[in-house]
Write a protein that binds this ligand. Structure first.
Ligand SMILES: Cc1cc2nc3c(=O)[nH]c(=O)nc-3n(C[C@H](O)[C@H](O)[C@H](O)COP(=O)(O)OP(=O)(O)OC[C@H]3O[C@@H](n4cnc5c(N)ncnc54)[C@H](O)[C@@H]3O)c2cc1C
Length: 595
């Protein structure tokens, strides 16, 4: 593998044909945008098939969101509970997603996750072990069996380390700290992307026969989130702008347990692994209140249920001094915690001066994950635009209305691989004419440079971002009403009008303000889409908690909301009937009902 500035050998050599003073030109068979678990898995697949692959990443290699994953990777390998099977994993995923998931994706995911875990192990990942030496599995919310393969609470780090090394062994070329701003099309097909390097502001136009979008989620549209600075949802807007359909964008996951104190770290994740290892939730009266919300599964209920419970306890005046609830893992003792949850111990000790082996944590829901995203074909992750594929958190469908913990890491590998295969087949299928008008590229460069090159003063991107995050917290939070959502939409549309006037001081060199000016465009567009789709889904289902429509609606249980850019460039929304589940899958639920 090569990183910035070095051409690869073999099939990976990038050509500098057509470079101009304004931008450099590179060319690959497959361009992967995003170097998290999904992007790297797709890149390995395509590169090992002998294709020339480019991987673009906004941050340094190894720094994607995936590295932050803690609790584990869900796969029915049945090491700890031999009764587990892909069928139970499939049913758990569908039930948790409240049956608006793409059932074929859920089937493929459940069937293929074990292979992806073993493959990762063969590639060098060191999982925690059972006494018999098998990969250890821990319980997690709403998984019937102990299913999460893990490495303490640093599973994402191990996944990304392994995938990074695997990628290094291929001929793929990595463009680090390089941000894509737009996809280009020819004859209706995606044929390239414009990017700029964050350090120098140099533009690169990358021609590609196929593009795999793997840019992760968009938690940064909220003030309080577990997501890092990278979670601005660039890929979902780049895809939408290129004409791709999106699915169920109203479905944002509020993780039940984020830190609440001190304020500077509010939203930082407290892994579900804590509850998986027996952590108990209590309110200020000392009540183990989950009995009121899900008597059977208690703290290991699904995330939507636990998040609502935590929120309700605080709303009804039974919260902790800093506005959270208590999560107690002291029963594990210092040694147990250091073995199973060392990161959590360090996180609370360093940031909140709390030793979790002696005291409970204070926690509250935090925006965590995006179930909606680019609509893809389950088999090959093709979007509705030829030449564009999507995998990982940026893609929608698998998780329906609520994601099960641990199902993202296995999603990345199952569908990252499938997106790679989809891109390979597409590249090999036909001829590809990649030339686009230079003037089109130059127009995009002008647009990107506008905030720093007009020389006037104007709106600060940071201020717009702050106002947006506050509006989303106030109006599209865990609990929603029509009135609130409409008020939020009004605020976001007003911010949209102000985007044109964003101005930033300084040059292209090392200019975070300029990067923020790019990001905020995505944040505004996604927020508008979320508010509009949340208004359309007039019911409570999974993560969508509508106070004014407090029940699940039978009819809405059969539809996905599909978003696409309409002829006027506005957000078009269609409610689309979900194809009925085939008998071999629906029969599983009927069998279960009989027992
Ligand atoms: C704190 C935390 C803990 C979690 N724990 C778990 C867990 O235990 N189990 C589990 O299953 N899931 C967990 N998740 C969820 C899971 O980690 C993520 O859903 C997953 O890692 C997303 O992977 P991805 O490959 O889709 O994207 P990411 O890992 O987010 O990678 C996105 C990539 O896209 C790049 N990018 C973005 N925009 C651009 C652009 N415009 N141009 C170029 N590059 C761009 C980024 O630089 C990055 O390289 C956790 C999430 C968080 C935040």
């Amino acid at each position: 593998m090569d990183t910035n500035g070095h051409n690869g050998s073999n099939g990976a050599s990038a050509q500098r044909n057509g470079s101009s003073e304004k931008y450099e030109v590179q060319e690959h068979d497959v361009l992967v945008i995003g170097a998290g678990g999904a992007g790297l898995r797709a890149a390995v697949e395509a590169s090992e098939a002998g294709l020339s692959v480019g991987v673009v990443s906004k941050s340094l290699l190894g720094k994607a969101h995936t590295v932050m994953a803690e609790g584990g990777m869900a796969a029915a390998v049945g090491n700890v509970d031999p009764e587990d099977s892909w069928k139970t994993h499939f049913m758990d995923t569908m039930k948790s997603g409240k049956f608006i998931n793409n059932w074929r994706m859920a089937e493929l995911h459940a069937k293929e996750s074990p292979d992806r875990v073993y493959e990762l192990e063969q590639w060098g990942a060191l999982f925690q072990r059972t006494p018999e030496g098998k990969i250890s599995q821990r319980p997690f919310g709403a998984h019937t069996y102990r299913r999460l393969c893990h490495v303490g609470d640093r599973t994402g780090l191990e996944l990304i380390r392994t995938m990074q090394e695997k990628t290094l062994a291929t001929d793929a070329k990595v463009y680090m700290e390089t941000t894509v701003t737009r996809l280009f099309k020819k004859d209706g097909k995606v044929v390239g992307a414009l990017a700029y390097t964050r350090e120098s502001g140099k533009f690169i136009y990358i021609k590609a026969k196929a593009v795999v979008m793997a840019t992760g989620g968009w938690g940064r549209i909220f003030e309080v989130t577990s997501n890092s600075w990278e979670g601005t949802g660039d890929g979902v807007v780049l895809s939408y702008d290129a004409g791709a359909d999106l699915v169920d964008m109203e479905m944002m996951q509020f993780h039940p347990t984020g830190m609440v104190w001190p304020p500077g770290v509010a939203g930082l994740l407290v892994t579900e692994g804590v509850r998986g290892e027996g952590g108990i939730l209590k309110n200020s009266k000392g009540e183990r209140y989950m009995a009121r919300y899900d008597e059977q599964r208690m703290e290991l209920s699904s995330r939507d249920v636990v998040a609502r419970a935590n929120y309700t306890e605080v709303q009804e005046g039974r919260g902790s001094p800093h506005g959270g609830v208590y999560l107690d893992i002291t029963h594990l003792g210092y040694d147990g915690i250091m073995k199973k949850l060392p990161t959590m111990h360090e996180q609370f000790l360093k940031l909140a001066d709390i030793d979790i082996s002696k005291e409970p944590m204070e926690v509250f829901p935090t925006v965590h994950y995006t179930m909606g995203g680019v609509k893809v074909e389950p088999e090959n992750c093709a979007s509705t635009v030829p030449g564009l594929f999507a995998a990982g958190e940026v893609a929608g469908g698998l998780h329906g209305a609520n994601r099960l913990g641990g199902n993202s890491l296995s999603d990345l590998l199952v569908f990252g691989r499938r997106a790679g295969i989809g891109a390979i087949e597409y590249v090999n299928e036909g001829s590809h004419s990649l030339e686009v008008e230079g003037s089109e590229i130059e127009r995009e460069i002008e647009r990107v440079l506008k905030p720093i090159e007009t020389g006037e003063t104007g709106e600060s991107p940071y201020l717009i971002q702050q106002e947006l995050q506050k509006a989303m917290m106030d109006h599209a939070n865990i609990m929603r009403t029509e009135e609130d959502l409409k008020e939020g939409l009004g605020k976001i549309l007003a911010l949209k009008d102000r985007l044109e006037n964003i101005r930033v001081q300084g040059s292209r060199l090392f200019n975070p303000g300029w990067h923020a000016a790019q990001d905020v465009r995505y944040l505004v567009q996604i927020s508008e889409i979320i508010l509009r789709t949340a208004l359309e889904r007039r019911e409570c289902r999974g993560a969508q908690w509508r106070l004014d429509h407090p029940d699940m609606d039978e009819e809405l249980g059969h539809v996905n909301f599909i978003v696409s850019k309409d002829g006027q460039g506005e957000v078009g929304i269609e409610s689309r009937e979900i194809a009925p589940m085939p008998e071999h899958l629906s029969g599983l639920f009927k069998e279960e009902a009989k027992v």
